[in-house]
Design a protein around this ligand. Structure first.
Ligand SMILES: Cc1cc2nc3c(=O)[nH]c(=O)nc-3n(C[C@H](O)[C@H](O)[C@H](O)COP(=O)(O)OP(=O)(O)OC[C@H]3O[C@@H](n4cnc5c(N)ncnc54)[C@H](O)[C@@H]3O)c2cc1C
Length: 335
């Protein structure tokens, strides 16, 4: 019988990817509701027992540690075949992958081999009261619809957007079981060969830690006017964020994008200028202290969500705000 809420614990080359702990916190919550257990499927190179123990301390009841030297590198063909084998033997009820590059490479392969349904980029889950079904929630149909999706196959499989769930808290007293899952050379065989490794440059803009985010959307009209946001951000010691269309218009680089395809922010103060507030953008704003929206359309979703909704033209409001802040700071020149 299918049992347990499983996660793919992602080996990141020098330890566990932090998203593994986010998946664990949600898996723990779901397993507790289902009165079931949390399992971590962990393909990694040998010698990572301490990482397996960390998974237990963060909420896993069982870790299936599949160790082989080949998994020092990320081999999506071998890892997906191995996960299929592990799932066939262990039969979890639910399986969650992180929507990281690796998770997104593996999940569709595994779902394809096993002929399972797969819901991508979920941001929330519920358990169906009557039938223990996993209700998988994600933004859909382009704009403001939260779709609730159920799988008709088991394990019910989904990828989870990083940064959405809190990291599981560590409990040094937690105990669990580490099971070694045998991996043969044939299991680890891959058509891929790693020729060279080059460290990825850190993102140029880290919005996730900004206390003040000044974000702009298509309503700002032009690239030149959009640049005014930098002036405001400087005055407020904040960072500039953007919607996807303005990044695609070339008004600002994609490093500044907030939302499902960009970064997640949780500032004390968020400004949205000329932003409609599509779900794809909103999911990137977590627990803002105060949300201020400026829009000509009082019915725009961001205006409905904001703590302070200013009905007005950004071309008037933004220069006015910059001027007022400069006055308050004692700067005399015009905005
Ligand atoms: C798979 C997928 C992923 C996506 N990922 C993201 C993502 O990560 N981040 C993201 O932001 N979007 C994302 N999108 C796009 C998203 O659905 C919206 O289309 C986008 O957020 C809208 O951007 P916007 O608010 O700048 O533009 P619009 O929706 O065009 O809104 C412009 C707003 O400006 C207002 N306005 C116009 N003129 C003025 C003025 N003079 N003064 C004041 N207000 C004015 C309008 O009333 C309107 O509300 C994604 C879409 C898809 C399909």
């Amino acid at each position: 019988m299918a049992e347990g809420v499983a996660i793919f614990a992602e080996w990141a080359g020098d330890g566990l990817h932090p998203v593994s702990f986010e998946l664990l916190s949600e898996a723990r919550r779901l397993a507790d509701e289902l009165e079931s257990k949390v399992k971590a499927f962990f393909p990694a190179p040998p010698g990572q027992e301490s990482q397996a123990e960390a998974l237990i301390r963060h909420g896993a009841d069982e870790v299936l540690y599949a160790s082989h030297p080949a998994f020092e590198n990320f081999l999506d063909d071998a890892a997906s075949r191995l996960l299929v084998k592990m799932i066939r033997e262990d039969t979890p009820e639910i399986f969650l992958f992180p929507a990281t590059a690796r998770g997104q490479a593996l999940a569709p392969r595994v779902a394809g081999y096993l002929r399972l349904g797969l819901t991508a980029h979920c941001i929330a889950f519920e358990i169906g009261k009557e039938d223990r079904t996993l209700i998988q929630i994600r933004p859909s149909f382009g704009e403001n619809v939260m779709a609730k999706i159920i799988s008709l196959t088991k394990p019910q499989m989904a990828t989870v957007r990083p940064g959405v769930f809190p990291k599981a808290k560590e409990d040094p007293a937690r105990r669990g079981e580490i099971k070694k899952f045998p991996v043969s050379d044939e299991d680890a065989r891959s058509a891929l060969k790693v020729l060279e490794r080059r460290p990825k440059a850190a993102p140029k803009v880290d919005l996730s830690r900004a206390k003040v985010v000044v974000a702009g959307g298509r309503g700002l009209g032009t690239k030149e006017f959009f640049a005014k946001l930098f002036e405001l951000a400087e005055l407020l010691e904040g960072a500039v964020g953007a919607t996807r269309p303005v990044c695609h218009l070339g008004w600002i680089s994609e490093d500044h994008m907030i939302g499902v395809s960009g970064q997640t922010v949780s500032p004390r103060l968020y400004f949205g200028f000329g932003i409609s507030g599509a779900v794809h953008h909103l999911v990137g704003i977590r627990n803002p202290g105060l949300m201020v929206a400026v829009n000509t359309d009082p019915e725009a979703p961001l205006m409905k969500k904001a703590d302070v909704a200013v009905v007005g033209d950004v071309r008037e409001v933004l220069p006015l705000l910059i001027r007022r802040l400069k006055e308050l700071k004692g700067e005399s020149h015009e905005a």
